[in-house]
Design a protein. Structure first.
Length: 460
């Protein structure tokens, strides 16, 4: 197998050093199982990806596509005897078109790199996961990544116009369009977005852009508990205001970030809410006032509004640092359940109860404005009993989110960690539809086998 791959590709693309294999064997979901791959292929072109797929098809070798490896569900974890197919070296921004407001990029382009390049042209690519400084557009497409501003501007799928993909039969095809509108045929582009590398390998992405990002006002509030903060979130949702961001950070997270970065964060609040509005002029002032009123009426102990970009960005920087800061405290198990906005207060109360019942420390961060909650379960590294309790709490959080009309994953993907939750969320006929799509587009079952739907295993 390796000899044939090295014959088909430049030899330096195929890596077998054990230390390299170990580095590529899993993503950031350290609780998800992984195996050692047979090799890592670091492709530089779509044609090299196609050659790799065709060789793997000939020999029945599984392929796990991988971007930067920042995923939090085990979606990029290696399978035994398989190939990790990395797109990290495909970093070209091929086009930024100001007239059509679109960009064409290779999958290894880092999210923040694209956003910065677009800003230089007076344009904006809105999806901004907390991992934007490190995660790649290819990985964002694989998981349909969201982010801080998605409460108002949507997720990755809302911006993907077209894709170039290597299929399960080894063909290199183009899906989608460059036009603003188009309904010719099934939405195969949308199907690929969020498929977690199980239906094909993306080699090029065309994304929709918006005009330059507007200046924002930030409203910060301190709350005595998650329940009061949840009530404020629900009140903003009912007010008709659509914030450009609404983020929740609890005391555990603030303390972890401050201990790491010494940012001088407040120790006076159990929970901090950060709201933003980018409405212009008086409309922005009005929306900021509405958010501040919602904070106060829900029981905030302190509320302040600011249009100072440096001051507000410092607060949001703490939000982006939440996950790596909590990782420093011990092994973490990260959720990303999403519930209706009106159910956020109740879901936060249930998460608190689950943590107490299972004696597990749960730090809470959230894209609160769209109901996407990120409870982070933190356990001591040397406490196997605590790990068992955390896994039980993890599954109970999924069950409670479903019970409130929510979903087990808002943006991280199913990967390996959420397969059980997905089987509880979706009915048997709907799971069968997923399996049928997988069979049709990946007939040999070589793309990321065992991920998302456990029954979708590799076929000989």
């Amino acid at each position: 197998m390796l000899k044939e791959l090295r014959r088909a590709l430049p030899a330096e693309r195929v890596l077998t050093d054990p230390d390299v294999l170990a580095a590529y064997a899993h993503d950031e979901a350290t609780w998800a199982p992984h195996e050692m791959p047979l090799a890592v292929v670091r492709a530089h072109t779509a044609e090299e990806i196609q050659q790799t797929v065709r060789e793997c098809l000939r020999q029945g070798i599984p392929i796990v596509p991988r971007g930067a490896g920042t995923g939090l569900s085990g979606g990029a974890n290696a399978v035994a005897g398989g190939i990790i197919l990395s797109t990290e070296r495909m970093t070209a921004i091929r086009e930024i078109n100001t007239a059509e407001r679109l960009a064409v990029v290779e999958p290894g382009v880092v999210n923040e790199t694209l956003r910065t390049a677009c800003a230089e042209h007076g344009l904006w690519y809105p999806p901004d996961p907390a991992s934007a400084p490190w995660s790649t557009i290819g990985g964002n497409v694989a998981t349909n990544a969201g982010g801080l501003c998605c409460v108002k501007y949507g997720v990755t799928r809302d911006y993907v116009l077209a894709l170039e993909v290597v299929t399960g039969t080894g063909e290199l095809v183009r899906l989608g369009r460059r036009t603003a509108k188009g309904v010719a045929g099934y939405d195969l582009t949308g199907l690929m977005v969020g498929s977690e590398g199980t239906l094909g390998v993306v080699t090029e992405i065309t994304v929709r852009l918006r005009g330059a990002q507007a200046s924002e006002r930030t409203v910060a509030g301190y709350f005595p508990g998650l329940s009061e903060a949840g009530d404020a979130i629900a009140a903003i949702g009912a007010s008709g205001v659509v914030p450009s961001a609404l983020e929740l950070i609890d005391r555990h997270t603030l303390a972890a970030v401050d201990a790491w970065k010494n940012m001088g964060l407040s120790s006076e609040a159990e929970v901090v809410l950060l709201g933003r509005t980018d409405a212009p002029g008086e409309a922005g002032e009005y929306e900021a006032e509405i958010m501040a009123d919602c904070f106060s009426l829900a029981g905030a102990t302190w509320v302040a509004a600011s249009s100072d970009a440096v001051e507000s960005e410092a607060l949001f920087a703490a939000r982006r640092l939440a996950y790596p800061a909590l990782e420093r405290l011990g092994p973490v198990l990260t959720e990303d359940v999403c519930v209706p906005i009106s159910a956020v207060p109740e879901m936060l109360r249930r998460i608190e109860g689950i943590g107490a019942r299972h004696e597990v420390r749960i730090a809470n961060v959230a894209h609160a404005g769209d109901g996407n909650l990120h409870p982070v379960l933190v356990v001591p590294a040397d406490d196997p009993a605590a790990r068992v309790r955390a896994q039980a709490a993890f599954e109970e959080i999924l069950t409670e989110a479903i019970a409130l009309g929510g979903t087990v994953t808002g943006e991280h993907g199913v990967g390996l960690l959420k397969r059980g939750g997905l089987s509880r969320e979706l009915s048997a006929p709907v799971l069968a539809m997923h399996a049928a799509v997988k069979q049709a587009l990946d007939p040999r079952g070589i793309f990321n086998p065992g991920k998302v739907i456990a029954s979708c295993a590799r076929r000989s």
